[in-house]
Ligand binder design. Structure first.
Ligand code: SF4
Ligand code: SF4
Length: 405
């Protein structure tokens, strides 16, 4: 019996998962999580072909998993079907690249100025839309040389932690990585930057199970010893956090050599805000924040919600005197990493984001805080408001340092 045979039988067809699915809410033809997950999974396990393009439309937001009262791992079933799905050649090639942000980062940062120029000019974006079906409506984030380094020697009383930066911080925003390191330092924690690969979320999301396994194995090799020595891992990207906390999305579940270590890593991984709240509870958080006149809207990314850690950033931001924060609680932004860059999914992505955009518009904040880089992109694309990582706001509230950008 496979590990989750029981999960299929647990499905009572209550349709609660359908009720929370952001794609189904805007796309009436989408079969929904109940159909694409447990219903078709039964047939797939009987060897009956159920290959359907619709699995490509799943955002991997995990809202169906959270809603299911019977712990059916709905989105994992859909992810497996996605990995089996045969795509047309052009989409397959595009998704091969989208599954490898680490490789893309290494190549684009050989000559970042040239790469940024090439990715920004209209003829190149037109060509990418024609040749790779990447929507010309979106801008690519800028790439910069990967220059994030571990800080010098830790103070004696400081606790060491391993910082898993992920591809976005490593190749696009190393300045945000330095904000993370400084925030930790100011609160009694010294970060050592991990020499790790991509977390594997983009590989899973683009149906590339082999690549997800490869990066998961490399990451386990890079982190296992440090975790065994008692160190904790900290992430500042909700998707990286989700992936590490789920034992690399279960990618290694049937690999004896790696599965145990992946589970240990899962148990020792923390979101940056989780660690800071822990310091707060222990009376060790530096709360000497300056009076900051700022009205914020906060958006909790789906992969933050899926970690089941409450809203630690919302809690931390409200410690800053003068800051008001409204929790948007308005569903998925619709971006889901590379999903919103895909030409055929652009409209769906924007439709999904509409509720969030309207909620932000209604609040008229000075800024939006959200810890996911692609949620930030989507919010800036769908509204007129700037969106930044809450760590930047928190560090700025200490006074001397400006936000990284
Ligand atoms: S919420 Fe769970 S039990 Fe209900 S239909 Fe969906 S998968 Fe089945
Ligand atoms: S993961 Fe999200 S988009 Fe995919 S089926 Fe579940 S709720 Fe819908």
């Amino acid at each position: 019996m496979r590990l989750d045979d029981l999960a299929i039988d647990n499905c009572l067809k209550c349709t609660l998962c359908n009720a929370v699915c952001p794609v189904l809410a805007v796309h009436t033809q989408y079969p929904g999580p109940k159909r694409l997950g447990p219903e078709l999974e039964r047939l797939r396990r009987e060897g009956i072909s159920t290959d359907t393009e619709w699995v490509e439309y799943c955002l991997g937001c995990h809202r169906c998993d959270l809603a299911c009262p019977h712990q059916v791992n709905v989105s994992e079933m859909i992810a497996r079907a996605k990995a089996e799905h045969r795509k047309p050649l052009v989409r397959g090639l595009r998704d091969w690249w989208f599954a490898r942000p680490g490789l893309l980062g290494r190549l684009t940062t050989i000559l970042p100025a040239l790469s940024n120029f090439a990715l920004s000019i209209k003829p190149a974006r037109f060509l990418m839309s024609k040749l790779m079906q990447i929507t010309p409506q979106r801008k690519f984030p800028s790439y910069t040389r990967p220059n994030l380094r571990s800080p010098a020697i830790a103070e004696k009383e400081s606790q060491r932690v391993i910082f898993f930066p992920g591809c976005f911080i490593r190749y696009n925003r190393p300045d945000l990585g330095r904000v993370v390191i400084e925030l930790l330092e100011r609160n009694g924690l010294t970060a050592e930057v991990a020499s790790t690969e991509c977390c594997g979320v983009p590989a899973m999301a683009n149906g590339n199970a082999a690549e997800a396994r490869a990066v998961a194995r490399a990451n386990v090799k890079a982190l296992a010893q440090q975790v065994d020595s008692g160190l904790r891992i900290v992430t500042a990207c909700s998707s990286c956090g989700h992936m590490l906390k789920t034992g690399f999305g279960g990618a290694l579940v049937d690999e004896e050599e790696f599965a145990g270590a992946a589970q240990k890593i899962a148990g020792r991984t923390y979101d940056l805000a989780e660690l800071l709240v822990e310091q707060l509870d222990a009376g060790k958080l530096n709360i000497n924040f300056q009076l900051t006149d700022l009205r914020l809207a906060y958006h909790a990314p789906c992969h933050q919600r899926s970690q089941g850690i409450g809203r630690p950033w919302y809690h931390l931001l409200r410690l800053i005197p003068g800051v008001t924060v409204e929790d948007m609680d308005a569903g998925c932004c619709g971006m889901s990493g590379t999903y919103g860059f895909k030409q055929e999914k652009y409209q769906v992505s924007m439709e999904i984001g509409k509720e969030l955009f309207a909620s932000i518009d209604a609040v008229q904040p000075q800024m939006v805080a959200t810890e996911c880089a692609t949620c930030q992109m989507q919010i800036e694309h769908g509204t007129t408001f700037k969106a930044i990582h809450p760590a930047e706001i928190l560090l700025q509230a200490y006074g001397e340092q400006k936000t990284g950008r």
